[in-house]
Structures are given as structure tokens and as C-alpha cells.
Design a protein around this ligand. Structure first.
Ligand code: CU
Length: 66
């Protein structure tokens, strides 16, 4: 599992966009978005950097949480 710090998650629609983008990379991924904390927990064998880039492409500045 890895965690992304994601800015600008404003509403449920943002959450579903982010979730869909991650599922496009790995349909089996488990995605848990904590909107208040700006954290996206991802359980996936996909490369974290690829997932981060996919989320950022949607317009949400993202970094891999240390
Ligand atoms: Cu939104």
C-alpha cells in the first residue's frame, strides 16, 4: 500500500474522478480517499509514481506521502 498527499479534493465528484483514474491503471486497486486529510490510500501493485502522475494529470497536485 502507498499513500498520496493530494491537494484540491473538493467534493465527491473529485473523489470519483480520482478513483476512476486509478482504476484505469489497475482495475483491482483498492482506493480510499480521505478528503479532509487530503490523503489517498492505494492498495495496488501498480507503480506509485504512475498512480501519482495519473492523479496529477486530473489537476490535483499530488505527491507520494513519506
Ligand atoms: Cu470536486
Amino acid at each position: 500500500m502507498f499513500v498520496l498527499d493530494v491537494s484540491g479534493i473538493g467534493c465527491g465528484s473529485c473523489i470519483s474522478k480520482i478513483t476512476k483514474a486509478i482504476h484505469a491503471l489497475d482495475s483491482e486497486a483498492r482506493v480510499l480517499v480521505d478528503r479532509a486529510a487530503g490523503k489517498v490510500n492505494v492498495e495496488s501493485s501498480e507503480n506509485p509514481e504512475r498512480v501519482r502522475a495519473a492523479v496529477e494529470t486530473l489537476g490535483f497536485p499530488s505527491k507520494i506521502s513519506a
